[in-house]
Design a protein around this ligand. Sequence first.
Ligand SMILES: Cc1cc2nc3c(=O)[nH]c(=O)nc-3n(C[C@H](O)[C@H](O)[C@H](O)COP(=O)(O)O)c2cc1C
Length: 397
Amino acid sequence: MGNVRYPYVFSSINVGNVELPNRIVFPAWQPNYANEDGTVSGKLKDFYTAIADGGCGLVFSGSAVVSSDTRAFERAMRLYAEEHVPGFRQLFFEVEKRGSVPALQLVHYGRQDSSTLTGGELLAPSAIPCPVMSKLDPNYRVREMTHEDIQRVRGDFISAAVRAVEAGAKIVEVHVAHGYLLNEFLSPYTNKRNDEYGGSVERRARLIVEIIEGIKARIGSRAAISVRVSGHEFVEGGLKPDDFKDIIPLFEDAGMDMLNVAAGVYASMERIIPPASLGIAPHIGIASQLKEYASVPVCAVGSILSLETAESFIASGKVDMVAMGRAQVADPELVNKSASGREHEIRRCTRCNECMFWTRNAPEMSCSVNPALKARERVNGRPLASSTLTDPLYEIG
Ligand SMILES: Cc1cc2nc3c(=O)[nH]c(=O)nc-3n(C[C@H](O)[C@H](O)[C@H](O)COP(=O)(O)O)c2cc1C
């Protein structure tokens, strides 16, 4: 029997061959909890399984890096070698055991990385420095990718996706959002190439299309493919929703089964993780516009904090699924509590953005309202309090 209060949220939906039990998604969320060697730690497992326990239908873990030359975060998850697989196998098993669909996002950070961390030049479609990371990283260096680099990175994405599926992921997500490498290829803001990977929309999309096709060819119907895009980059000369009219059919023809619509790049960080000042669901219009161009299910994200809001967007046909990041970090039981009419028990996200650990040089993600994710670190010898928080990335943007 369906849920009386949220019948749309609690109706199943298919992504490719994969049936989701409900329409609430936990979006990829990199908390810097991996072991030093990039394998899945107990803390990571606890983090994602708590959200599966809480009733979320589709849990994206990751992002996990696909290549050894990209890192961005010291404790990023990695999936470029066989030794990374067993941890994900356990994690996916635990998520699935709880009735959620286990999924993984794959990323190459491209120019939005740190040469100090990677120990070398960063890769990008064109040698244009990221205005944010080039200020933050004293060793910042970026270079244009050669054809060999492109071929290698394409292979890395495909191999990592195959590893993820062999480990039990039911959906693999290609990260084409937030200004990372594949977003950089797609966008005229960052891609100034004159070869077959730059110029027209078909050329800027080519690497992504090749990756989707390559993954599909290897995994067949064993798992589905999601693509996460920034439907609006909010930078001068960047991608806008209208551009996706031509892009989405290319991804669908290549084998995309789900479109996950985010927003922003590092230079517009306030759109990646919208602050409270932008209101509730500031990007729902972007996702619903992209849905007009898509035949696959579309997911929205960004300051959607209650199932009531999610229900209204799904019921009105604006989108098919709703991702709730900070809201489920604040209370991983949000879905189950809402389903059983216990909304008053939900610990609400205040959007204090303590979770943006990188903005204050904290070693890992914490949450000011979830006691299980309390900050353990101290800043300048003082215990961390929300009054000590600063958002330098917001300011630079
Ligand atoms: C700590 C943290 C880590 C994140 N990591 C990722 C990531 O690895 N991949 C990704 O696509 N988005 C990532 N995001 C963005 C979220 O998935 C989500 O799109 C964003 O928080 C806005 O949704 P919300 O308002 O529901 O939190 C991260 C956000 C935060 C705060």
